[in-house]
Design a protein around this ligand. Structure first.
Ligand code: SAH
Length: 497
């Protein structure tokens, strides 16, 4: 069988998602696997929802991954299952200091065919977004692109004496040394210089000075990598040609509705507000007493044989104490049983009632609770609602631990007030953090709304519920969801990593 393995090395451009080439876009749309970098804006991943996406950058999301491992992973992914189409997405142009050449050499050695899609390099675009052309009639007829990193060996500035404009990548950390060396090599201390941080993105910042002052200027402003340094008379053109006005806040003037099902959404609301949004919080469910309150009380009264009480929401804690109180009992009744909380916020609710959880898993989630709960005699009594998901039960069953579910409260669809309905209808985007939120929202407010969703499963649920305008978060975190909201209201909102 002929292998379909194919690798496309794509330059993603400097950051502005619209600076991706049409060819790069098509490669992403057709990709089965995408390996992406720190400098490749995660906004691009919305072009390839079908693909397996793997972050292989050396900063940010995951642990450090070394170049040989990236090469190996790329080859392995291309060869998997009869061959797959792999896109390797890199910031800027893949052949400008990106080690793209080395990655293709690894493909060549493994016999995997490949192609290169050039990208807009930050060496040219970052100065351009600061209003600095690298050449200009009468001022500059040549430019050179250098690395300021010592790892790759510093360039000999003397040999570049006849080059008019110098562009230095990876240069902020050693800027003092670099500018000193340039002066020592004969450049005038008064030569204009600029440093552009996060060029072409909303968070772009620019420092301007001369060879002798720029390092201090950069330190004063606190500019950091990634940044491009430009040295030469052309920097002076910025006074006339500066054009790029970064949008102030991605959600300025927008209304975002945050839907709540179980736990509080205040973290998300705060994040959204910081980005300029007006936030309305809309509860999608409300809590009701259990269908059989006296049965619950009877069960709680006889806790013999129960090893653990497992609480998987703050509401379960509230409900537990309501039931104890109705039975004329208090916290002392629980002294003989161990108590497990699904995560820190549930543990916090327990503390508010004077109980310290005996166990909280390493990561919040029923799955982790099921896997990590210390095994003791007696079964686990799960205090939950009628809508409990099966994860805890299944996980415990796999370990042979006895499980019993007790419905201590019910969740029901909330009734929206006319005002809440009106607010929802006027929202620019509604955030959804779970599949059940998507279903509730569809029932309560219809599916004509624009939604931003937490992860691929929520996106599927939203699609099945009937929503059509769905924006997927680049990662399943509150930050990711806030970013998705920003995209949803304005596709040209560029993401920051
Ligand atoms: N292949 C990339 C460069 C990779 S080396 C390209 O063609 O742009 C990484 C360096 O690129 C960073 O240290 C920084 O100097 C520069 N860089 C990349 N994106 C940048 C951006 N948006 N703004 C400023 N500098 C950037």
């Amino acid at each position: 069988m002929i292998s379909r393995a194919f690798v496309t090395l794509v330059g993603a451009g400097p950051g502005d998602p619209e600076l991706l080439t049409l060819r790069g876009l098509r490669a992403l749309q057709e990709a089965e696997v995408v390996l992406f970098d720190y400098l490749a804006n995660p906004a691009f991943l919305q072009h390839c929802p079908q693909a397996e996406t793997i972050y292989v950058g050396k900063k940010g999301y995951s642990e450090y991954i070394k170049q040989p491992q990236i090469n190996e992973l790329m080859v392995q992914k291309a060869q998997e299952g009869g061959g797959r189409r792999v896109v390797r997405l890199k910031g800027g142009d893949p052949f400008v200091f990106g080690r793209g050449g080395e990655e293709l050499a690894a493909c060549a050695e493994a016999g995997i065919p490949f192609e290169v899609v050039s990208g807009v390099t930050s060496a040219i675009a970052a100065p351009a977004y600061a209003g600095i052309p690298l050449t200009y009639r009468g001022l500059a007829r040549s430019f050179a692109v250098l690395t300021g990193s010592t790892q790759e060996g510093r360039a000999h500035f003397e040999s570049l004496a006849s080059v008019d404009t110098l562009v230095l990548l990876m240069s902020v950390t050693h800027l003092r040394e670099i500018t000193g060396d340039l002066i020592a090599a004969g450049r005038s201390p008064d030569l204009p210089a600029a440093v552009i941080e996060w060029g072409s993105l909303p968070r772009q910042r620019v420092a301007v000075g001369t060879l002798s002052s720029i390092a201090a200027e950069v330190e004063a402003q606190g500019l950091q990598a990634p940044a491009v340094t430009v040295v030469g008379e052309v920097v002076g053109l910025r006074e006339k040609l500066d054009w790029f006005v970064p949008p102030a806040e991605p959600l300025a003037g927008k209304v975002v509705a945050v839907t709540r099902t179980r736990d509080h959404a205040s973290g998300l609301s705060a994040l959204l507000r910081r980005q300029g949004a007006s936030v309305i919080e809309v509860p999608l469910i409300r809590f009701a007493p259990p269908s059989d309150p006296s049965g619950v009380q009877a069960r709680l009264q006889g806790l013999n044989g129960t090893g653990w009480l497992a609480l998987t929401s703050g509401q379960a804690v509230t409900a537990l104490f309501e039931r104890l109180q109705s039975a004329g009992l208090d916290a002392r009744h629980l002294s003989g049983v161990k108590i497990a909380a699904v995560g820190p916020s549930t543990a916090q609710s327990l503390l508010a009632h004077g109980l310290r959880a005996d166990f909280v898993p390493s990561k919040a989630g029923a799955r982790y609770l099921a896997a990590e709960l210390p095994h003791t005699a007696g079964k686990v009594l799960h205090l939950t609602s009628q809508q409990a998901e099966d994860e805890l039960q299944a996980g415990l069953a796999a370990r042979g631990v006895g499980y019993e579910r007790l419905e201590v409260y019910r969740t029901e669809s909330a009734d929206l007030s006319p005002l809440q309905r009106q607010q929802l209808a006027s929202a620019d985007v509604v955030t959804l953090a779970s599949g059940s939120a998507a279903r509730h929202l569809a029932t309560l407010a219809g599916t004509a709304l624009r939604v931003a969703v937490m992860g691929p499963q929520t996106a599927d649920a939203a699609r099945r519920a009937g929503f059509e305008q769905i924006t997927l978060a680049p990662e399943a975190t509150l930050e990711g969801l806030a970013q998705a909201a920003a995209w949803a209201v304005n596709p040209s909102n560029r993401l920051t990593v």
